[in-house]
Design a protein around this ligand. Structure first.
Ligand SMILES: Nc1ncnc2c1ncn2[C@@H]1O[C@H](COP(=O)(O)OP(=O)(O)OP(=O)(O)O)[C@@H](O)[C@H]1O
Ligand SMILES: [Mg+2]
Length: 286
């Protein structure tokens, strides 16, 4: 039997910023090749901490106190820095949250999209250009030559996010981590971008960890889902199963609350206080 693409086991982390407060509590999660797994939870649940751990970019004030993150069987937490550098950006890449700040404002899109292809894949300028055009076509950019000549400020937010998706898939990584890649976009653009990510992920056979607050997004793009609360996995399974038959009251309350359960101002049903009390009792926090 081959190892899953990604297997996180017993992952524990504490915050040195908050007096050793636990951030992740025995987190376990697996991702098969070509699978899209949603990582869901409210603010502070630990979603970005897991994403950063996968990319080897945890802040110094977050300390991993146990567990393993196996990528194709190799534990990323104990790999030497050199081996890690070879993997990051090449076999594991990121679709960032904010398309405004993720691109270098002083460089044309072509340079930013072809750097990795030239330096890490050894393509010539010409080959990298051809590949960049193809990638932009894959994210449904109609005039790729013009976009390649552009600076980031000349593109709309939705276009920049498409460029970042193309960049994340450029080196044919096996795992793409998307940390709330559509929260900065308006709802219609958001839907298009989700469809694009799904399409390019399927075309390339990439595994994706998709961080989101939004169960509606999970329903739309994720094969499976892991729900976190205060750094603890509360529920996990195939998306269809979890949404149809949630095991935990918290999951049930979130589904009842509607797609944007994190936005009480949207006039949706809030999660009852008793459910939070039950959760905190189970996890052992006050
Ligand atoms: N740089 C840091 N140093 C120490 N602790 C941190 C750091 N960043 C975040 N934390 C703590 O880690 C916990 C989880 O934060 P994390 O950013 O992973 O949550 P999240 O689920 O991504 O939330 P959000 O939806 O707001 O992005 C929080 O309690 C937070 O205070
Ligand atoms: Mg986050």
């Amino acid at each position: 039997m081959t190892a899953p693409l990604l297997s996180i086991t017993g992952l524990n982390a504490v915050s040195d910023r908050e007096k050793g407060q636990p951030i992740l509590r025995d987190v376990a999660l697996t991702l098969e090749r070509r699978e899209v797994r949603g990582l869901v939870g409210e603010s502070g649940a630990g979603k970005s901490t897991i994403a950063k751990a996968l990319l080897g970019i945890l802040p110094r004030t977050v300390r991993v106190t146990g567990g393993a993150i196996r990528f194709e069987g190799r534990d990323l937490l104990v790999l030497p820095p050199r081996a890690l550098r070879d993997i990051m950006g090449s076999e594991i890449s990121l679709i960032p949250q904010d398309p405004q700040t993720a691109l270098n404002p002083g460089r044309r899109i072509e340079a930013q999209l072809t750097d990795g292809l030239r330096m890490r894949r050894g393509l010539s300028a010409r080959e990298a250009h051809v590949r960049a055009v193809r990638l932009l076509e894959e994210v449904h950019i109609r005039d790729p030559e013009r976009v390649l000549r552009s600076y980031p400020h000349e593109l709309s937010g939705g276009m920049r996010q498409r460029v970042l998706i193309a960049a994340a898939f450029a080196l044919e990584p096996k795992l793409v981590v998307a940390d709330e890649p559509t929260t900065a976009l308006d709802v219609t653009v958001q839907k298009q971008i989700l469809r694009l990510i799904r399409g390019i992920q399927q075309a390339h056979g990439t595994g994706v960890i998709f961080v989101t607050h939004d169960l509606g997004v999970v329903a739309q793009i994720c094969d499976s889902v892991t729900l976190l609360y205060a750094g603890k996995v509360i529920e996990e399974g195939r998306t269809a199963d979890v949404l149809a038959a949630p095991r935990h009251d918290y999951t049930r309350a979130l589904i009842a609350a509607g797609p944007r359960y994190d936005r009480p101002d949207a006039g949706l049903k809030p999660v009852p206080q008793a459910v939070f009390e039950q959760l905190r009792a189970e996890i052992g926090i006050r």
